[in-house]
Design a protein around this ligand. Structure first.
Ligand code: GAL
Length: 676
């Protein structure tokens, strides 16, 4: 199932990719030789080259300097290191904005962004796009068939949102394609409200900073437009490099929980999803959030291996306090990514820079040089990544899916005017994911438009905004026998952000078997007692719904307050399936009990039952083998795990049978022949 271009990359590298961003343009050529020597020592087989090098490649308009890049490409190739060559279009040179100031983005407040920042371009600007296409073409002409070239890395972390005139013009074109005519736009945006009716397309502008309150449908469409505009930039450069050669992967690097680009729409355009992730070593829960993102990245292309494109070898430099990754943590985080489907372990960056904003960002080769803790750990990890080569191309099978959707995210967070305006979509998703992680369930992440047929349970966290197709898919999933676990404030508005008719939750009233009369967000500090039908009790806070049962039955009711006796958790039979709906924010333990109980009732395999939460257990597999990853996140206590059959720990090469003990912060990867 792996994309053919990715398969070819894996074959070429002989397994997983290991390496990082390499910026030779910042160093004297004498250093390059030392770099490749140490790269070989560290087991590096792939580097991302030229990410911000536009100013070094085209120092003056139309005057190209490729000599240094030729030399570096040759040097790397001569040393057996492949290149993930970047188009440098995330960093337009100073001359471009001096000549054409319109390429600099105007921010939401109307201020123009000055040169000397980062991401200083308006993705809608025709001048930016023309020059980006020109440098991309020159690179592709020169390097498409260079023997070092293994992959194209288009731009870097597509991100900027601009409010220039070009953005407004692009927004109008995008809206015309979506709605056709102004009457339809006015209807979709409910512009009769506050007399915001448009009578000429030129009246429609990019929204900017709201001075009072803005039309929520306009803001939502602008989010969609911005994501699509950045995607157009990616596709334009991808098509250029593909027109020269189409047998190598073309990717771009995405960011952790990035709200401004809908990765579900992007992923099909790439050969692999690639992630840059910088979990804060000071956050004791960072690995749980990382696990979700790794699952998301595996799921973006339906279970295909993805690429860990950037991470830190130790500390980052972007926060107020940047603590180190303690010994063993970098290894554990890297293996965690591989355990959840990554076919690479890559870093930002190879050699620590001496100057510039990121001069204290760690690197594979730190300021203290090869005789350092970090380099020793990097070189040791390089050896282990080599041993993990059989894992490349394998995937994970999950019976549970968690819905994660950018439209829903924008709906909850971009706009005011909701019953409460402090929703955090990521927090709510993580509240649903955490118990699944703690119980070691394999989880896929899905959009409302994904194929849901392979799952037994679908978890839907606060899905306020969903289009009709998504609503149909969730409903159909239950009708055909799946279990839907859904939480409050779901199915409220349509794709245009208009409240669905027929009472709340318009999209899911029949599905949950109840009608909601009113949303009752909690007052500050307010807590409610909840009683389950088995007599157990729990507390809840933050949100309540005045819910009236139709076909559903109460699993739990409020035990106090004005809603006493009303359902707080509802179960409903729907078609051949079952739906459980949480109308309040239950305390974590009670939520976990209900959720995990539903998984068990739905027959989801519970293979790692009884193992402690801090021992992360995941499986990658192909037709012949399975690879059981055991990662102990606890710094103090070893964990002994019973094993069902004989195998080999491929990190050590030692045979395993009976049981295996995973030391504190340690790991094992047990390969076994798959049982028929
Ligand atoms: C990434 C980015 C890199 C570098 C890194 C460390 O987001 O792509 O260029 O800035 O962060 O902060």
């Amino acid at each position: 199932m792996t994309d053919a271009r990715m398969r070819a990359l894996i074959d070429r590298l002989g397994g997983l990719a290991y390496g990082g961003d390499y910026n030779p343009e910042q160093w004297d050529p004498a250093v390059w030789r030392e770099d490749v020597r140490l790269m070989r020592e560290a087991g590096v087989n792939l580097v991302s080259l030229g990410v911000f090098a536009w100013a070094s490649l085209e120092p003056e308009p139309g005057k190209y300097e490729f000599g240094w890049l030729d030399e570096v490409m040759d040097l790397l190739h001569g040393n057996g290191i492949a290149v993930n060559l970047a188009t440098p279009t995330a960093a337009p040179p100073a001359w471009l904005s001096q000549r054409y100031p319109e390429v600099l983005p105007v921010m939401a407040d109307g201020e123009r962004f000055g040169f000397g920042n980062r991401l200083h371009y308006d993705p809608s600007s025709p001048v930016y796009r023309e020059h980006a296409a020109a440098i991309t073409t020159r690179l592709a002409e020169r390097y498409s068939f260079h023997p070092a070239l293994a992959m194209w890395h288009i731009s870097n972390e597509y991100g900027p949102t601009a409010y220039n005139e070009a953005a407004s013009a692009g927004f109008r074109r995008w809206l015309r394609r979506r709605y056709g005519d102004l009457a339809t736009l006015n209807e979709a945006w409910t512009t009769r409200f506050w007399g915001q009716v448009y009578t000429d397309w030129d009246q429609v502008e990019a929204p900017g900073v709201p001075r009072t309150w803005m039309n929520p449908s306009r803001i939502l469409d602008f989010k969609r437009f911005t994501s699509d505009t950045l995607l157009e930039c990616f596709v334009a450069e991808r098509d250029i490099v593909r027109s020269f050669r189409d047998d190598i992967p073309v990717v771009t690097n995405f960011m952790r929980f990035y709200r401004h680009a809908d990765y579900w729409r992007w992923a099909p355009e790439e050969d692999a999803a690639a992630l840059d992730i910088y979990p804060d070593p000071a956050d004791p829960d960072a690995h749980v959030s990382a696990a979700f993102q790794f699952d998301l990245f595996r799921s973006l292309k339906g279970g295909q291996p993805w690429l860990l494109m950037e991470q830190a070898a130790s500390a980052v430099s972007q926060w107020r306090l940047n603590v180190v990754k303690e010994p063993g943590r970098m290894r554990l985080g890297s293996l965690q990514a591989v355990s959840r489907g990554a076919d690479s372990v890559m870093f930002f960056q190879w050699r620590a820079g001496r100057g510039g904003h990121e001069r204290f960002h760690s690197a594979m080769l730190p300021h203290s040089g090869p005789d350092s803790r970090t380099f020793r750990e990097v070189a040791e990890l390089g050896r282990e990544v080599g041993r993990l080569s059989p894992v490349a191309g394998t995937t994970t099978r999950a019976e549970v899916a968690v819905l994660f959707d950018w439209d829903g995210w924008w709906g909850l967070e971009e706009l005011w005017g909701l019953p409460r305006n402090d929703f955090s979509y990521v927090d709510t998703v993580m509240r649903h994911y955490r118990p699944l992680w703690e119980h070691h369930y394999a989880v896929d992440v899905v959009s409302p438009h994904s194929d849901l047929s392979r799952y037994k349970v679908l978890v839907v966290p606060n899905a306020y905004l969903m289009d009709d197709r998504g609503v149909g898919a969730v409903t159909e999933f239950a009708r055909r026998g799946g279990t839907v676990v859904m939480s409050f404030f779901s199915g409220v508005v349509d794709a245009c952000n208009r409240v669905r008719p027929d009472g709340y939750p318009g999209a899911f009233r029949r599905l949950i078997g109840a009608k909601i009369d009113e949303y009752w967000p909690a007052r500050p500090g307010e807590r409610f007692a909840v009683e389950f039908s088995d007599g157990s009790t729990a507390t809840a806070d933050w949100w309540r719904e005045d819910l009236h049962l139709e076909t559903g039955t109460a699993l739990a009711t409020y035990a106090d307050g004005l809603l006493r006796g009303r359902a707080a958790v509802v179960a409903n039979a729907y078609g051949a399936g079952r739906v459980v709906y949480f109308a309040t924010l239950l305390e974590a333990g009670a939520f976990e009990r209900v959720l995990i109980g539903e998984l068990r009732a739905a027959g989801v395999a519970d293979r790692f039952h009884g193992l402690p939460a801090h021992l992360e257990c995941t499986v990658r597999e192909d037709e012949r083998h399975e690879y059981l990853f055991l990662l102990n996140h606890d710094p103090g206590t070893p964990v002994t795990v019973p094993l069902e059959s004989v195998g080999t720990d491929i990190l050590t090469g030692r045979p395993t049978s009976g049981e295996i003990t995973v030391p504190p912060l340690g790991a094992a990867v047990v390969r076994r022949v798959r049982q028929a």
